[in-house]
Structures are given as C-alpha cells and as structure tokens.
Write a protein that binds this ligand. Structure first.
Ligand code: FMN
Length: 271
C-alpha cells in the first residue's frame, strides 16, 4: 500500500503523548502530517472531521486505566474512510488498563482498520521531585523505540496489498480491582487543585492558556475544582514554578503510587 500522508490525532496535556506520536511519525518518514491536537477544548468541541490521511495515528494518555473521558466522545464520532489506523496509549508506569481495547472498539466502529498498536511510558502527571513516577519518560530509549516502531509500521504497510488481508488483534488488557471500585474521576479525590503562590507568580497566564479544560480564571488564577482534570499541566508548564501538586491524604497516596511504580515498565508494541 502506498502511504504518503498521515493524520495524527492526540490529546496531551503534559506533552508526553505528543512526543511519542512525533517520534513515530519521524520513523515513518512522512512529511505530510495533518495534526488534530485535542488538548484544548476548542478542537474537541468542534464536530469531528472526516479523516482522510493514508494512515491515521491516534494517541491518548491513560487516565484511570482507560481513554480520558474528556476525549471519548470526539474519538467515538470520528469517521474514517477505510483507512489504516495505529493506536497509541501512553501511561505513567502504573497501569495501562484497557486503553488499547477501548481505542480498538471505537475505531473498528468508525470505518478504520487497525494495523498496529503501542503502549509507551510517560512521566506520570502526579510525579513530583519528592515522589518521582516515571520521571523524564519518555527518555531517549523510549523515543528511539517509537521511531523504530514508525519504521516497522511503514515496512508492514509496504507489504500489504489490501487491508482486507490484514488480521490484527490487540491482546485483552485488564482493569485492576481498584479501578473497578474507586469512583470515576478519582484523581479529584486524591489530589487538590494546585493553588498559586502569588509571591512567585508573574501573572503570565500561561496556565490559563494551556489548561485543557479552560478551568483557570484569568484574573484570580483560581481553578474550578469540578472542571480540573488533575493533569497538572499548569504545574509542569509554569515558568516560575508557582504551583505545586498536593496529594490527599498525603501519606496514603504517596504510598500507593510508590508501591505501584516499583517495576520500571517498557514499551509494548503490536504489529
Ligand atoms: C486523571 C489522571 C489519571 C491517570 N491515570 C493513570 C493510570 O491509570 N495509569 C497510569 O499508569 N498513569 C495514569 N496517569 C498518568 C498519565 O497517563 C501519564 O502521565 C501520561 O504520560 C500523560 O500524558 P500527557 O503527557 O500526554 O498528558 C493518569 C493521569 C491523570 C491526569
């Protein structure tokens, strides 16, 4: 199959998913890349366009072992044109859950043909200096693996005459018990909205502009607690480090995260 254009669709508040997608496209060697960045609300709230790239890459971070709820509807409403799609999940070294199975389910219904999938590790949104979780991932090794994955996808596509001949199955993921019992949006229970230290803040409004939920008031810089995803993009992207992550209850949350982060995980690639 001739592949000369790609459409990349991703949600990436703290930038790790975007890094992985960019490296995969680099490895594919395709310059014609139409990007649909779902991180800010404007794009997500518009109706999903018809996706016409020769190949499509969809990348999401794992939230509570699944697709982030905030992009689910947009992705579910995408319309393919029978194009091949590569599914990518990026998670914070805790658990990938069923994210690829959910992406698989959605895209099969929307006239896409899944040809490859990958799970990568990104620094956990809740990671701090005190409790580092997958700090600085994806690292160079991860990005090299993403690039090689892109190259191998192109090799696979070159050997395919018709997508009808492709039989590809994603292994069934697992939802841990805790993900089944804690309520939805449990991050809101375990972490506070990051308040601003006004003695550090220069009121540059970067946090206001980057917030994926537009949940930060531009005058007071206060965050709407109900809207906030706890992605901590406002903490990680603040040039003055004027916000910080506060767990609650501190002891319990840090203990659970440390325990679950014991094994350093590596990317899993399905081709
Ligand atoms: C609300 C929320 C829930 C999360 N749930 C999980 C999870 O279930 N498993 C995991 O390993 N990481 C989890 N993470 C961490 C992200 O998947 C990880 O940090 C990812 O790299 C963020 O992607 P981004 O940089 O593209 O925003 C969660 C992050 C947030 C904000």
């Amino acid at each position: 199959m001739l592949i000369s254009s790609v459409t990349t669709i991703y949600f990436s508040p703290t930038g790790t998913t975007k890094k992985i997608i960019t490296s995969i496209v680099k490895g594919m060697g395709i310059v014609n890349n139409k990007k649909i960045d779902l991180t800010l609300p404007k794009i997500r709230e518009a109706s999903a366009p018809l996706i016409d790239g020769d190949i499509v890459l969809i990348g999401v971070p794992v939230y509570e072992e699944k697709i982030p709820e905030v992009v689910y509807d947009f992705l579910e409403n995408l319309k393919g044109t029978g194009n091949p799609v590569v599914l990518v999940g990026v998670y914070g070294n805790i658990g990938e859950g069923i994210v690829l199975n959910e992406l698989d389910f959605i895209t099969q219904k929307s006239d896409f043909k899944v040809v490859a999938a990958g799970l990568f590790i990104g620094e956990h949104s809740f990671s701090t200096e005190e409790i580092p979780i997958a700090q600085n991932r994806p690292n160079n090794d991860d990005l090299n693996k993403a690039e090689a994955f892109g190259k191998n996808i192109m090799k696979k596509m070159q050997n395919i005459n018709s997508l009808k001949d492709v039989s590809f199955k994603i292994p069934q993921g697992k939802l841990p018990l805790i993900a089944k019992i804690v309520p939805k949006n449990s991050a809101r229970l375990f972490t506070k909205t990051p308040s601003v230290d006004m003695s550090e803040c220069s009121h540059c409004n970067i946090c206001v502009k980057l917030c994926p939920m537009s949940a930060i008031d531009k005058e007071t810089l206060e965050i709407d607690k109900e809207q906030c995803l706890r992605c901590f993009c406002c903490v990680k992207r603040c040039p003055k480090k004027a916000r910080k992550i506060v767990y609650r209850p501190r002891f319990l949350v840090s203990k659970v995260l440390t325990m679950k982060n014991k094994i350093i995980k590596e990317p899993k690639l399905y081709l």
